[in-house]
Write a protein that binds this ligand. Sequence first.
Ligand code: NZQ
Ligand code: ZN
Length: 395
Amino acid sequence: MNFEFFNPTRLNFGAGKLAELGKVTSQYGSKALLVTGGNSVKSNGTFDKAVASLKEAGVDYAECSGVEPNPRITSVRKGAEIARKNDCDVVIGLGGGSVMDAAKVIAAAFYYDGDPWDMIFHGQQDVYVPTKALPIITVPTLAATGSEMNMGAVISNTESKQKSPIQNENLYPAVALVDPELTLTVPKNHTAYGVCDLITHVTEGYFNGIDGTPIQDRFAEGVILTAMEYGPKAVEDGSDLEARTQIQWASIVALNGWVQAGVNFLAPVHMIEHTLSAYHDIPHAAGLSAINPSWMRFAAKARPSKFVQFANRIFGIEAKDENDLDCAFEGIKRFETFLKKINCPTSLSELGIGDDLLSTYAEDTLHIIHDENGNLPGRPPMTREDIVDVLKSAI
Ligand code: NZQ
Ligand code: ZN
């Protein structure tokens, strides 16, 4: 498959890097919009350190705090207004994926007079495609999404019950300033969700992509094995900087475009999950974790050989032949056991989601993304009934 790879984000990685925030930011502007989430950055001292570094470098800032997990379009609107009122010339996203995603869309909304929801692809005919954005600096405090070094963002609209992505090259951060020390305070549940999220970023390409991608397969397997080795350590002991650092790097590698290059990346589990988050405001990767085993059992039947490879290379399970479904299913079972071990949900009922709206979830997902036959892109493509069945067995 022919492909083009592009990622202009400068990655500045390592423990203690937060101290460089002011110097880095001063290369792009003199008044930053500092976007943050709930209280975590204030209570753990990260916010004060960030502000001290900005001040030292002579960078002024305006604040946009309170961005929600599953960031809302209302926060984006608010952030863009604050940035305009204060003549900001650079945007810093200091937080988890939710904060970074909001910061990225705020940076583009700064230049757009209409409603920023127009930029988020939610099934509308006339999507507004941003042509510029303020320079963006991402400072992740949680290892999960890879948002710090990619051009994506996912925004929720609680009024229309939609959660949808934007992918736009103007949203590539100028700099990802990544300091694994900032993740030492992430609670066990979000640490584990982050591990599941980053693994799912590579499994989506691995299982749904085209055949004949041996290098990308091994990159993906390297990410999965690393996450499975260090993830449980980070969950067990949050102060383990070595484990936190490996997970942080894995999360960046998992979704900065490199592992996806040339595989025809499709993400059905993500697209279904976004709908569940839109309705139930659940953490993104708790939803992924609950859907993954059920989706894998569905997809393995259509493409056993890839699941056999997964079972063999990740778990060392021997196969009778390359299409050995027993081996494929054993690999999925072991993966499910791993998710349970780090306390990620492996059923929707654990998240309080029942079967009353399954058709609605399927229809809403297909409204946002479908192929020429009206199915959810993936391998195999999913009909409305397939989505309902996968969700039903995930319950
Ligand atoms: O809001 P605060 O107080 O900061 O608390 C957060 C939040 O409650 C907390 N947290 C973050 N850093 C912390 C911390 N608590 C203690 N210490 C720290 N250092 O963790 C909670 C979850 O934060 P959130 O940002 O929502 O988590 P995550 O990083 O998993 O981001 C999830 C969002 O990213 C989107 C998801 O859909 C979801 O909306 N995604 C973005 C992607 C992208 N841009 O490429 C791809 C992903 O697939 C994903 O869809
Ligand atoms: Zn994800």
